[in-house]
Write a protein that binds this ligand. Structure first.
Ligand SMILES: *[C@@H]1O[C@H](CO)[C@@H](O)[C@H](O)[C@H]1NC(C)=O
Ligand SMILES: *[C@@H]1O[C@H](CO)[C@@H](O)[C@H](O)[C@H]1NC(C)=O
Ligand SMILES: *[C@@H]1O[C@H](CO)[C@@H](O)[C@H](O)[C@H]1NC(C)=O
Ligand SMILES: *[C@@H]1O[C@H](CO)[C@@H](O)[C@H](O)[C@H]1NC(C)=O
Ligand SMILES: *[C@@H]1O[C@H](CO)[C@@H](O)[C@H](O)[C@H]1NC(C)=O
Ligand SMILES: *[C@@H]1O[C@H](CO)[C@@H](O)[C@H](O)[C@H]1NC(C)=O
Ligand SMILES: *[C@@H]1O[C@H](CO)[C@@H](O)[C@H](O)[C@H]1NC(C)=O
Ligand SMILES: *[C@@H]1O[C@H](CO)[C@@H](O)[C@H](O)[C@H]1NC(C)=O
Ligand SMILES: *[C@@H]1O[C@H](CO)[C@@H](O)[C@H](O)[C@H]1NC(C)=O
Ligand SMILES: *[C@@H]1O[C@H](CO)[C@@H](O)[C@H](O)[C@H]1NC(C)=O
Ligand SMILES: *[C@@H]1O[C@H](CO)[C@@H](O)[C@H](O)[C@H]1NC(C)=O
Ligand SMILES: *[C@@H]1O[C@H](CO)[C@@H](O)[C@H](O)[C@H]1NC(C)=O
Length: 850
């Protein structure tokens, strides 16, 4: 009995041993067929080793079985071969903040060990950061790939044409940039030499090469794409420098295509290409931001041959299309999204648009549409976004225009030259709850009785509210300020709004919100509102002092633009203003402020413009201003400032463009250091008590356009160089004590007006009628040789040796001209318009609407 048991035991052991002997030397995968092979595991580990994975996304890549619990790795159940590697950055840049996004990016090198994964079908490395390296060649040898996504991963250089070897490829996504995130994804320099290789991908259904420079393929791209058999469903080539859009194509191979996106390619075409007309399966056509002209009629007419026009998205904004919006558009019954912004469409909105009952987005902005806005628009009950602004509308917009628009989220409207009335009934309860309302240049309510719109009380989701120049003459009701805790942008400028503002309010997104209440009749004290980046209260009746704590803490930390000009504010400038560390523009001009200019102890790194003109400010100009190293515009005119012009301003030589210190009591000499301000375009020191000479080194201000030194006590000669300053076009030296002959070499300049020299009894020569005695001639510090040299410079275009130097100068100055114009205008404009797009529009959907 015992031996029997022993025998069975021995047999069992033998069987086991036998089994082991067979199994042990073999590979683990045979034991368990769906676990990964050593070779593939080692390949993955090698691949991981070369990556810089600071967020530890690949910590699960340990242990033997790469098919189990290795993040992003998937294997074939039967063979145990790795088939999928999905290492897409899990942080969505549309959702998380920049740092979170960047910290979860994989970096480093792509090790060719991946070639060991012979069955790899799916490779997604998108949203990582391969730091401006080219797409490695070996990718073209991963023959089993059907899905390859290397988008938004900072690859640069030539896309290897051997990707054409990936003959099984179905999805290829290499797009390199997203418009809405231009600081997250800078446009990389990535290109192709041709697109021949594309035609070697017979199974391709999806192709996205957005932002890849295809200019070397611009003549052939369509033909290469057309060589693909009839499998291609989506073609995305936005911003690819294609340029060339053939109007006809003899045979259209890709007739099953659903999506064509050729946005922003500077495509020049005299019509919408014929070959598009035969694409009956087309669902999305995006040709926005090109140079396509012609009419819409032909295109829609062409499509009408299809039994079922499947077109859902038609985006043609920012082209040169013209003519009327065709009636036939009503045939596009499946249309959800129609964007025609910024073309030359004329006439009215045709009636058949009413048949587009699926329409969700309607963008007709910035055309030449006229007539009344038809009421049937109010029956397009799926509408979410309706943008009609910048056309020539007339007549009335009433409740009926919104009758069934229960889904409407954004409404943008303005009328052109014709008076237009927005007249809804008194107790109107709109069917919608808007997030964005933007109405300008029309009359809300009747002219005689334009109340603040009470229907806004029902709009509790508003993020952006702009009612600009709509003739409201009323107080803002109390309910308004409680209405919208999520409001980010409020623009009620150019109305006749009256009354006082709430003393304190907290805006939802700190440092972001923007408020423009300029050009109204508000009175009372300046409010203290938290969370703003932009506040304009310009041209109102605000009075009293500027609150002492205006710049402190949350009140000031995010402020970029503060415009309190043209009110009746008095008292002194609070020094807390200099605590607004993000300030770019501050204007408090034209009030009744007194006292000294506070010292700017903080270096406000971003400060561009200070305008304190038109007050009663006393004392001297604080030298601490010289440490505001980005300052471009400094205006202190019309005050009672005394003392000298601080020479240290010369430090701001790489930024300062405009100085206006006119109408003060400044004395002493014009500091020579001012002449080192090489960017200076405008210098106005008129109406002061300045003495001494005009510095000779003024020649260094070669870009100066405006020089006004009138009404001072300046003496000595006018430096001859002034008449050679290439861009100078406004000069006033009147009412000083200047002497000698007026330099008059360059007759092209508008320096022949005698009034700019008047009031200087010792000046002589043309254009003044006083002729110079011999002794005063050339009393301007320069001898005849100097004049000769200047003549040579002026005439240098004909002197061969100087040709290039001259050419350079001309190009440079025209560029600078344009720039200065910008700065000059911005003096007016910068403080009265919003400086950034509101968050609500920053989401990816915004550009996708145009
Ligand atoms: C490729 O990856 C990007 C970013 O992760 C994603 O948005 C896109 O849809 C992917 N492409 C395809 C074809 O799946
Ligand atoms: C891959 O493509 C390149 C160029 O496109 C070609 O020269 C090469 O022979 C191809 N290799 C294989 C293995 O097909
Ligand atoms: C695109 O590539 C062409 C040809 O290589 C080059 O001339 C052009 O400068 C590139 N464009 C951009 C915007 O990089
Ligand atoms: C259409 O596709 C087929 C299949 O790839 C190809 O043989 C043919 O040359 C293509 N036609 C044109 C006009 O490119
Ligand atoms: C767009 O095309 C026009 C004419 O085809 C050309 O003059 C212009 O320079 C191009 N613009 C860009 C940005 O390439
Ligand atoms: C027409 O096309 C639309 C959109 O592609 C589709 O939803 C609808 O079913 C089609 N209708 C018919 C009758 O084929
Ligand atoms: C609209 O403009 C067209 C010309 O583009 C003109 O013929 C027509 O009379 C205008 N209609 C109205 C209502 O002003
Ligand atoms: C508001 O409307 C004006 C035109 O009236 C337009 O220029 C501006 O871009 C619009 N802004 C938004 C955010 O809709
Ligand atoms: C505005 O609408 C009211 C009725 O709601 C009407 O009596 C009035 O005439 C309309 N005004 C204009 C200018 O259309
Ligand atoms: C400011 O003006 C008000 C009248 O609006 C006056 O009562 C007050 O004294 C003034 N304050 C200063 C400091 O001038
Ligand atoms: C400012 O100067 C003007 C004239 O130059 C003078 O009338 C006024 O009293 C001065 N104001 C102050 C506060 O000194
Ligand atoms: C300089 O300032 C004075 C007084 O503010 C002004 O009248 C004059 O027009 C200005 N000069 C120029 C050239 O703008």
């Amino acid at each position: 009995m015992a031996s029997k048991i022993a025998l069975v035991g021995i047999l069992n052991i033998l069987t086991l041993l036998h089994l082991f002997s067979e199994i042990l030397p073999l590979h683990a995968s045979k034991l368990n067929p769906n676990s990964c092979s050593v070779i593939e595991r080692d390949a993955l580990l090698k691949f991981k080793e070369d990556l810089d994975d600071s967020a530890g996304r690949l910590v699960s890549w340990v242990g033997d079985d790469c098919c189990k619990e290795w993040l992003g790795v998937e294997c074939n159940q039967e063979t145990g071969k790795v088939t999928k590697l999905d290492l897409r950055n899990p942080s969505d840049p549309f959702v998380v903040d920049l740092l979170t996004f960047q910290s979860s990016q994989l970096r480093g090198n792509l090790n060719p060990s991946l070639l060991e994964l012979k069955s790899l079908e799916y490779l997604d490395l998108s949203l990582n950061n391969f730091e401006n390296t080219p797409i490695p060649d070996f990718i073209g040898s991963l023959h089993s790939l059907t899905y390859l996504n290397l988008s938004l991963s900072s690859f640069v250089g030539l896309i290897p044409p051997n990707l054409g070897n990936l003959s099984n490829l179905v999805f290829l996504d290499l797009h390199a940039f997203i418009l809405e995130f231009n600081n997250v994804f800078p446009i990389p320099n990535i290109w192709v030499s041709d697109l021949n290789w594309i035609s070697q991908l017979p199974s391709l259904q999806y192709l996205n090469l957005g932002y890849v420079n295809l200019s070397l393929a611009s003549d052939t791209w369509l033909h290469e794409v057309n060589k693909l058999p009839n499998s291609l469903h989506e073609l995305h080539l936005p911003s690819c420098h294609l340029q060339n859009l053939p109007i006809s194509l003899p045979v259209v191979n890709f007739s099953s295509i659903h999506v064509i996106n050729l946005r922003d390619n500077n495509l020049t075409s005299s019509s919408i290409p014929q070959w598009l007309f035969s694409l009956c399966n087309l669902q999305t056509l995006v040709l926005s931001f090109n140079q396509i002209s012609g009419e819409l009629n032909d295109f829609v007419g062409g499509l009408s041959k299809c039994k079922n026009i499947s077109l859902e998205v038609l985006r043609l904004s920012f082209n040169q299309l013209s003519g009327e919006i065709p009636n036939t558009l009503g045939n596009l019954k499946n249309l959800k999204h129609l964007a025609l912004k910024n073309n030359f469409f004329s006439g009215s909105i045709p009636e058949p648009i009413e048949d587009l009952s699926n329409l969700e987005i309607l963008v007709l902005s910035a055309n030449k549409l006229n007539g009344t806005v038809p009421e049937f628009i109010g029956r397009l009950n799926k509408l979410v976004f309706m943008y009609l602004e910048d056309n020539y509308w007339e007549g009335v917009i009433s409740d009926s225009h919104f009758l069934q628009l229960k889904n409407l989220k954004e409404f943008v409207f303005s009328s052109g030259n014709n008076p237009m009335v927005f007249n809804v009934s008194k107790d109107w309860v709109p069917p919608f709850s808007l997030q964005l309302l933007n109405i300008s240049n029309c009359q809300m309510g009747s002219i005689s009785n334009s109340k603040f719109p009470s229907w806004l009380q029902t709009q509790k989701d508003l993020v952006f509210l702009r009612l600009q120049n709509v003739g409201i003459s009323d107080q803002i009701p109390d309910w308004f300020w409680e209405l919208t805790p999520q409001l980010q942008v409020l623009d009620l400028s150019h109305n006749k709004l009256q009354g006082k503002l709430p003393k304190s309010l907290v805006f939802p997104i700190p440092r972001f919100s923007q408020v423009d209440l300029s050009f109204n009749q508000f009175d009372g004290p300046i409010p203290l509102w938290q969370g703003l980046s932009f506040l304009s209260l310009r041209n109102n009746l605000f009075s009293g002092p500027i609150p002492e704590n205006i710049g402190q803490g949350l009140l000031g930390v995010g402020m970029n633009v503060l415009d309190l000009s043209w009110n009746s504010l008095n008292g002194s400038i609070p020094s807390s203003l200099t605590e607004m560390l993000n300030l770019k523009v501050v204007s408090i001009s034209n009030n009744q402020l007194s006292g000294n200019i506070p010292p700017w102890e903080n270096n406000l790194q971003q400060l561009l413009a200070i305008d304190l003109s038109g007050n009663n400010l006393l004392g001297s100009i604080p030298i601490s201003l010289c440490s505001q190293l980005s300052l471009q515009i400094l205006s202190f005119s019309n005050n009672n400032l005394t003392g000298k012009i601080p020479p240290c301003l010369g430090i701001l030589s790489s930024s300062l463009r405009l100085i206006d210190m006119s109408r003060n009591h400044l004395e002493g000499e014009i500091p020579e250091e001012i002449t080192s301000l090489s960017e200076l375009r405008s210098l106005n020191l008129s109406w002061n008590q300045l003495t001494g000479k005009i510095p000779n080194q003024i020649e260094r201000l070669e870009d100066l356009q405006t020089l006004d030194l009138s009404n001072n006590h300046l003496s000595g000669p006018i430096p001859a160089i002034i008449s050679f300053m290439p861009l100078l076009n406004q000069l006033n030296l009147s009412n000083n004590d200047l002497s000698g002959q007026i330099p008059a070499i360059n007759q092209l300049k508008p320096f022949n007006d005698p009034s700019i020299y008047e009031g200087n009894p010792k000046l002589c020569g043309p254009p003044l009628k006083i002729s110079c005695s011999k002794s005063t001639k050339n009393d301007n510090g320069y001898g005849p040789k100097w004049f000769l040299w200047l003549s040579v410079v002026v005439g240098c275009l004909v002197v061969v040796g100087l040709l290039t130097a001259c050419g350079g100068l001309i190009i440079k100055s025209s560029w600078r001209n344009a720039y200065f114009q910008f700065v000059d205008e911005s003096k007016e404009r910068i403080s009265t318009s919003f400086n950034s797009m509101p968050l609500v529009l920053k989401g990816k959907k915004y550009w996708e609407r145009l």
